[in-house]
Design a binder for this molecule. Sequence first.
Ligand SMILES: NC(=O)c1ccc[n+]([C@@H]2O[C@H](COP(=O)([O-])OP(=O)(O)OC[C@H]3O[C@@H](n4cnc5c(N)ncnc54)[C@H](O)[C@@H]3O)[C@@H](O)[C@H]2O)c1
Length: 231
Amino acid sequence: MTARTVVVTGGASGIGRAIAAAFRAEGDRVAVLDRTPGPGGIAVDVSDEDSVRAAFSLVRKELGTVDVLVNSAGLLTESPVEDMDLALWNETIAVDLTGVFLCCREVLKPMRAQRWGRVVNVSSQLGLKGGTGLGHYSAAKAGVLGFTKAVALEVAADNVLVNAIAPGPIETPLVDGISEAWKVAKRAELPLGRFGTPEEVAPAAVLLASDPGGNLFVGQTLGPNSGDVMP
Ligand SMILES: NC(=O)c1ccc[n+]([C@@H]2O[C@H](COP(=O)([O-])OP(=O)(O)OC[C@H]3O[C@@H](n4cnc5c(N)ncnc54)[C@H](O)[C@@H]3O)[C@@H](O)[C@H]2O)c1
């Protein structure tokens, strides 16, 4: 296949960074959009409509129509629901759910016009099973799965395929902040007995974006999760 234009939000760190590297290894042109983008990346706040518009407009100018969008930008904080500030809830929904909507909205029409496109939304297994202290995050990630199915239905007929990945615990800066006691207990629960690495998640995104390998996935969720959830 010829080189495609791939946008990876949250591509400066963790899972997004590994996904960006995996698409580069496929020979694709990759634009990294991130709140802290690093060299060569494009600054964006995915929760801000104007910022998202400006970033995608820059990508279209420099790299043309986006063929593949991977939404990996996200943040995780912890609070029991009964003590949760509305601001914390709103921030999580804005970044982890509304950000996915805003970025998808930028790419769908041009993808439909060219009758080829792939969107991969990074959800979480916590969107399927929930997590203590993670009511806001679990709600946002479950929302991503519902949104993924709805958009998939809207655009599949034009060969634009929208799917999700719901990773289990993966060794990235996102989980670094969680207590060591939680990590030890969590590892013990996992059938594989260990967390994953970003490099073990990235090939799932490459598969969903591939042609013909991804051609029959519509509104699906792949779960690289060390066996923690078997939907
Ligand atoms: N690490 C895990 O265990 C795990 C498990 C399941 C799902 N996820 C999801 O995977 C995705 C990537 O997480 P990660 O573990 O690689 O974390 P990470 O912190 O390493 O990477 C997240 C990236 O998103 C960027 N980002 C955060 N807020 C942003 C915003 N408003 N606008 C633009 N960019 C923003 C950060 O700058 C960072 O580069 C997230 O959506 C996360 O919820 C992670």
